[in-house]
Design a protein around this ligand. Structure first.
Ligand SMILES: Cc1ncc(COP(=O)(O)O)c(C=O)c1O
Length: 409
């Protein structure tokens, strides 16, 4: 006889009501449904490089396995990886970080999550400029904080201005998140823009900057991409730099990210990690050392390819009446203003009132999948990835042109 009480699943905690599934996973499910029905899909949703991890990185991982580097490491990373990270940070920012000012985790994502967990008390505020990477607000709320989104504008290049920052700061502000290059807009903050923002933060000693630089190697302008810590080295303890190997070295599945900042924060993150995952994968850490120490050939080659694809996608979208793409300065996404298409009517007579409905129309009529702007806190837009071959990008542009033409305005 079954006893109903033994069948009961654990009830979700209250905090689960504050977090939702990532929109990209939701879209991936929808794509799978379409493919299962035998329909061709052109996924401009891809959030990772389509290149393979470089061979020398794979070899380093294999060598680490053979050498028995298969045990727990210290929670904040092996000395070899900490050394490779400090060398990379010195090259990029001119700052020399000590080992206790570095932390290593299972991806930049985990480090951002743990940084919030380590620092936010109930009701503490985090300023998140919109459009934002989909995960920041949920990471803040699930850790008891309150995301304060500030809408940026196309006229300002989708960048937070010093005046906007000053206005958004309250007594409860703990962090301001700066993501440069930005996902989804591709915006890169210049040195003078960062100086303007760090001047505001300097005047508010209770505020720190979480600087997510995960796309910094994939950029189409000045190198290296300016960093907040370079323009304001005096704020070094109040700037938490986050980066990793996922995007630059096509290593998304290896799950290695790193952070650099105040020793106390890194220690707190290490404590949380020691009580949750113990440490990042030892083999992946060995691979990350090879990536960071391995020269720039892979990055230079892939950025050359991304540049061609970027130009193809931007010019293709710009030629479609009703779409206004912004050419990204970094990353591998194009941010597209589609507000001119709101209110238009599909061949089946349905009026499009949201960007989610527009994305659905693209999928239905040409199999092109994009992520709608509301996911990034900015309706009326969508994000299109170019981490795809030029052939797929060409087909997708042609498909979008057809879909837009079908709309009655
Ligand atoms: C802005 C931004 N930050 C962080 C991450 C996470 O990177 P990782 O793979 O190192 O966790 C992503 C991944 O999409 C991202 O777009």
């Amino acid at each position: 006889m079954t006893n109903p009480t033994t069948l009961r699943a654990p009830a979700p905690a209250e905090r689960m009501s504050r977090v939702k599934e990532s929109p990209s996973s939701r879209v991936a499910d929808r794509v799978r449904e379409f493919q299962a029905a035998g329909r061709k899909v052109l996924p401009l949703t891809i959030g990772e490089p389509d290149f393979d991890t470089p061979d020398h990185v794979k070899e380093a991982a294999i060598a680490a396995i053979r050498a028995g580097e298969t045990k727990y490491t210290s929670a904040n990373g092996t000395p070899a990886l900490q050394k490779a990270i400090t060398a990379r940070l010195l090259r990029k920012t001119g700052q020399s970080y000590a080992g206790d000012e570095i932390c290593v985790g299972g991806g930049a994502k985990q480090l951002i999550f743990l940084a919030f967990m380590a620092t936010l008390d109930e009701g503490d505020e985090v300023i998140v400029p919109a459009p934002y990477w989909v995960s920041y607000p949920d990471m803040v709320t699930v850790n008891g904080g309150r995301p304060v989104t500030v809408a940026t504008t196309a006229d300002e290049g989708y960048k937070l201005t010093p005046d906007q920052l000053r206005e958004a700061i309250t007594d409860r502000t703990t962090w301001v998140v700066l993501n440069t290059p930005n996902n989804p807009t591709g915006a890169v903050y210049s040195e003078s823009e960062l100086r303007g923002l760090t001047d505001v933060v300097r005047a508010h000693p209770h505020v720190s900057i979480l600087c997510d630089e995960i796309y910094d190697e994939i950029n189409y302008g000045a190198r290296p991409v300016p960093s907040a810590v370079t323009v304001a080295p005096d704020l070094r303890r109040r700037i938490f730099l986050v980066n990793g190997v996922s995007k630059a070295y096509a290593m998304t599945g290896w799950r290695i990210g790193y952070g650099a900042g105040a020793a106390g924060l890194c220690a707190a993150i290490g404590t949380l990690q020691s009580q949750s995952s113990s440490c990042p994968s030892s083999v992946s850490q060995a691979a990350a050392v090879a990536a960071l120490d391995g020269g720039r050939e892979f990055i230079d080659r892939t950025v050359g390819i991304y540049t061609e694809r970027r130009d193809l996608l931007v010019s293709g979208l710009a030629a479609i009446d009703g779409l206004r793409p912004t050419a990204p300065e970094g990353g591998f996404y194009v941010w597209v203003d589609a507000s001119a298409l709101m209110g238009s009517v599909t061949p089946s007579g349905k009026r499009i009132t949201t960007d989610a409905e527009l994305a659905e129309h693209f999928l239905d009529t040409s199999g092109v999948v994009v992520i709608s702007g509301d996911s990034y806190g900015c309706p009326g837009h969508f994000r299109a990835s170019f981490a795809l071959s030029s052939e797929i990008i060409g087909e997708a542009v042609a498909g979008l042109a057809r879909s837009v033409e079908l709309l009655r305005r």
